[in-house]
Design a protein around this ligand. Sequence first.
Ligand SMILES: Nc1ncnc2c1ncn2[C@@H]1O[C@H](COP(=O)(O)OP(=O)(O)OP(=O)(O)O)[C@@H](O)[C@H]1O
Length: 265
Amino acid sequence: MLKLSDIHITFNAGTATEVRALRGVSLDIAEGEFVTVIGSNGAGKSTLLSTVVGTTKPDTGTVHLAGNDVTAWPAAKRAGLVGRVFQEPRLGTCSSLSIEENLALAAARGKRRGLSLALGKHGQKAMFAEHLEKLGLGLEHRMATPIGALSGGQRQAVSLLMATLLPMKILVLDEHTAALDPSAAHKVLTLSAEIAGEGRLTTLMVTHSMKDALAYGSRTLMMNAGRIVLDIKGEERSKLKVSDLLERFGRAAGTEIDDDQLMLG
Ligand SMILES: Nc1ncnc2c1ncn2[C@@H]1O[C@H](COP(=O)(O)OP(=O)(O)OP(=O)(O)O)[C@@H](O)[C@H]1O
């Protein structure tokens, strides 16, 4: 479903600020797999996600999504295949617009239709209410509320819905619970796993929480200095504790994990 082949990305090449962000990353993710990604600061996690979404182009290497070679496709052209939820709740939504209007914008994504036309579509409101009800946050009764009035957790839950509203294949979660308190983060993570499972979405989730990296999904990648240094799944992963993961990282990367936001518990 998602195949990256020997991706290299260097920022500011040939200058004093040159950074080799990805150094030959290859990755094959099957349909429906939920992969968590963890690693040191500056390891290349966000760059990896941007390569999938299409906001960063590889210098060399190829990206295949759902059987298409999308390496040269801009992010807008990939929108029908990939949905993304950002770390910052404000980034994925428009504060001054209502929940319903934000959902209508998401529903019109990739199509040449304006907000009013989208809102006018028969049955769309009922469809939004149905989706909102599944979140279990009572937001189906607050559809006229501006998104800016919601809590971070409620907003990320709506962002999740917006990212997955249209038929799509790959869900990219970029530290999407990092700005939330623990209880809201737990709720949003649970919803993410439910939505990904229901839609059989292939999911890539970057997190700074070692515990969440093991608790959610079916496969965990660890990155260091632009490379994937650990790729763990199956029975091996199910037995792993956070302390084992740290130890495995140290052995694979030849260094201790360096992450100033890292959460072990
Ligand atoms: N647009 C850019 N221009 C220049 N350098 C960049 C750019 N984007 C990322 N980098 C650099 O590339 C490296 C990898 O960055 P990236 O954001 O992918 O790391 P990360 O693993 O997501 O880190 P963190 O956990 O700290 O967010 C870093 O050294 C970063 O400073």
